[in-house]
Ligand binder design. Structure first.
Ligand SMILES: Cc1cc2nc3c(=O)[nH]c(=O)nc-3n(C[C@H](O)[C@H](O)[C@H](O)COP(=O)(O)OP(=O)(O)OC[C@H]3O[C@@H](n4cnc5c(N)ncnc54)[C@H](O)[C@@H]3O)c2cc1C
Length: 415
């Protein structure tokens, strides 16, 4: 394609971890690829996991988690447009119109527009509450929350939603000296992301740190009472706070794709090659809902590793490869001094085997389907991750006694 024109071999919309890793992969496909990365945010492309951890605690600066280093930024075949969004997509003409009015042509398009924080139903939020009701998705959100928490020592934070992000915020706020309550509609914490035993363990840790939990608590109204806020629960409970952070999930940024006629249903539907209903268009990461043989029904993966690997896979496929995305899901969370890593598709229906010392806080919960290993949660045991990932990928059959024996060499099962 003509280097001086607005034509690109691979055009990538969205510069989160998915879009940024797709750009790196596309550039290394061959020596001629011209790549455009459209980044709507005002900051250079950055990583999100530190936002609810190091950034809140003030342990890192924005430069610490950039996704595109100086060498890549200066790459002669990469154009990064920041502070500009893709406004319109025409799949038939193979063009994307940007918010600066320019129209760019592509041979392959990768949509990596991610997700946005799900917001509370406006019908339950009284006017005048918004200034003290925060969400956490972008670097801007994290910097505002950090300022508010740092100023709020001794004050009351209410977190709505006991998923990973809500609990990471709760842990950081306790470290910063806030009084923290967590309000959760479900009957337990991390009901979507962690097996029940792990959730109990994590809950006990938050209890010890002084976090108060209100479970089975569906917020019915949030209003201002004097200087603070009141969260009224459907069953009559009332929880008071000075600041509320809602971590209640995400919604896919799929409107651009939907308006262009791509098949969407709570995310852009893609096949196992990350290809959408338009063969020249791929979708990856949080915005993509992948249909594949080992995932029924189709899923939005919504985690860092999936976005990164889908980005690489889509970029190679856009260059002519035919590689399926078939990773074992890997998600982690850091709370206090706990590092929890989740491998595979965890389910309360699986049979569980424990290895290690739960009381000492260093253990692994294996999940089995029959004798086959299908998922695992590693609590402060990240060293074993790669081995266990490979065992899960192969659905390795292991006896319970071997799994639970810390002296048993798991690596031996790979030989
Ligand atoms: C606070 C926080 C902490 C997290 N911690 C963890 C963790 O510990 N472990 C883990 O596994 N996962 C974690 N995640 C999840 C993980 O970060 C996401 O799954 C991952 O960022 C998804 O990457 P993505 O590239 O698909 O989308 P995103 O990171 O959402 O990036 C999409 C980008 O596209 C941009 N965009 C949208 N529309 C347009 C448009 N029309 N034109 C141009 N650009 C557009 C968006 O502004 C955004 O910059 C965390 C997420 C958050 C928010």
């Amino acid at each position: 394609m003509n280097a001086a024109s607005n034509s690109f071999d691979t055009l990538i919309i969205g510069a989160g971890v998915g879009g940024s890793s797709a750009a790196k992969s596309a550039l290394s496909c061959d020596d001629t690829q011209r790549v455009l990365l459209v980044n709507e945010e005002e900051w250079e492309p950055y990583d999100r996991p530190p936002l609810s951890k190091d950034v809140l605690l003030g342990d890192s600066d924005t430069g610490d988690f950039q996704l595109i280093d100086e060498t890549l930024r200066a790459h002669p075949r990469l154009v990064i447009k920041s502070g500009i969004h893709a406004a319109h997509l025409d799949p038939h003409a193979r063009t994307v119109q940007l918010s600066d009015g320019s129209v760019c042509a592509y041979r392959s398009l990768i949509i990596a527009t991610g997700s946005k924080a799900r917001t509370l139903d406006p019908a339950i939020v009284d006017a005048g509450v918004e200034a003290d009701l925060l969400y956490l998705k972008t670097l801007g959100d994290a910097l505002s929350l950090r300022r508010r928490l740092a100023d709020a020592v001794g004050s009351r934070l209410v977190v709505i939603g006991a998923g990973f992000i809500g609990l990471e915020v709760a842990a950081a706020a306790r470290r910063l000296g806030c009084n923290v309550s967590v309000v959760e509609a479900g009957s337990r914490i991390v009901s979507r992301g962690a097996p029940a035993l792990v959730a109990q363990f994590l809950r006990a840790r938050h209890d010890r740190e002084g976090v108060r939990f209100e479970l089975g608590a569906q917020a019915e109204r949030i209003s201002r009472t004097g200087p603070g806020l009141e969260i009224r629960i459907e069953d009559g409970r009332r929880i008071h706070g000075d600041l509320v952070v809602a971590g209640i999930g995400t919604t896919a940024n799929d409107s651009l794709a939907a308006a262009a006629g791509l098949e969407c249903d709570n995310g852009i539907l893609v096949d196992e090659f990350c290809r959408t209903s338009e063969p020249s268009i791929y979708a990856i990461g949080d915005v993509a809902r992948i249909r594949s043989a080992n995932l029924a029904p189709a899923l939005r993966m919504e985690h860092w590793q999936a976005a990164r690997v889908m980005g690489e896979t889509a970029a190679r496929n856009a260059c002519g490869a035919e590689e399926p995305y078939q990773e074992v899901p890997w998600v982690w969370t850091d709370q206090y001094d706990l590092n929890l890593q989740f491998l595979g598709h965890t389910s309360d229906r699986s049979r569980c085997v424990i290895r290690g010392d739960v009381a000492a806080g260093k253990w692994t919960l294996f999940e089995k389907d029959g004798d086959a290993l299908v998922a695992a949660t590693l609590v402060n045991s990240g060293r074993d991750r790669r081995t266990i990932e490979r065992l899960i990928a192969r659905r390795t059959e292991v006896k319970d006694d071997d799994l639970s024996d810390p002296a048993f060499d798991l690596k031996a099962l790979l030989r």
